[in-house]
Ligand binder design. Sequence first.
Ligand code: PLP
Length: 412
Amino acid sequence: MKKIDPYLIRDDFPMFKNKVMMQGKPLIFLDNASTTFKPYAVEKAVNAYLQYETANSHRGDYDLCYNVDVKIDEARATLAKFINAEKREIVFTSGTSMSINLIAYGYGTKYLTKDDEILITQAEHASNVLPWFKVGEMTGCKINYIPLNEDGKLVPENLRKVISKKTKIIAVAHVTNVLGFIVDIKEITKIAHQYGAIVVCDGAQSVPHMPTDVKDLDVDFLSFSGHKMVGPTGIGVLYGKYGLLEKTAPFMTGGGMNAKFDMCGDVTYLQPPSKFEAGTQNIEGIYGLKAATDYLMSLGMENIRRYEDELRTYAIEKLKKNERVILYNEKAESGIITFNIKGVFAQDEATYLNSQGIACRSGQHCAKVLLDYLGEVATVRASLYFYNTKEDIDAFVSALEKGGDFLDAYFA
Ligand code: PLP
């Protein structure tokens, strides 16, 4: 097992090497659930495409074009290895939101009827709620909620209480983006399959931070975004079991996804994954995502998970000493820490942290129904990655200790 050394790792990232400042202070970036910094390796891969290898894919008989096809194929193989899937089960999308929409429209609206049910939870991101609302609107099926436990976590026992033969899809995050609990997807999938339902897993907050093995989880679909795993924006993945991808209708049609069509409208689609990749792909994004994936694999996903766990424990222990901090997810297992400061509105706290050079997110974090559950209007979220250091945590904790004075002064 390799130990993560964030100080060494920082040399790989332009945002650190360039000594980026915020409010005249060295930037402390604790908003990694939102997006992540990109290493030089990603920049280099994207630049290779832009500077030496520019051509479209599938569209020419010349060497440059063939090279792009080879590179896309290699990228697909890398992503497949990363999550223990088959290459043909990896669909390139623009990110998690598009991946989930693809399943909602291509599978949900095709197979569900008014007598069916989709189960989600109150902890889901908007991208794993609104597409299912659309399926409900279009098919008449019901959207119901698996109750969370007292900590705000989805536990398999609670699924057992509500699942029935009507349940056709269970759409849940592996790691939720506000409370950061790791859901036992393997057990959720086992229960779902006993009832003939499929599991659509939102991996946006899990795949970048821990090992993922789709075969072991037996999950039916899994979505994730490149930009949350040190890759470029605008590129992501939908994994699907091949038989299910074959059954799923394309969300978009056009060039690159059809085998033939005629004037009468008779169309034959290509097999997955091409069936879902209409139009010109985000080629430089795919180059960058491959480099990002190689980079993460070189660090080791288990090493990353262990390091983040250590950092989180360090942060929680320190935060608990500040009586003004209200922690909402002390028991969560990921690098997501959600809190408020007593008597201070979340956005004011985040603005104050900004004045100290610390980037945290505040608000509803795209999980609007969760805040009803927490009984709060808004929270502040600090989210860690393997390049964060204990010094980052010390600065953050010490800023929170001083925040009261700043805000008293601010509101005086
Ligand atoms: N699902 C979860 C749990 C997320 O945290 C996010 C982004 O924050 C998304 C989905 C949407 O990801 P993207 O904006 O990359 O499509």
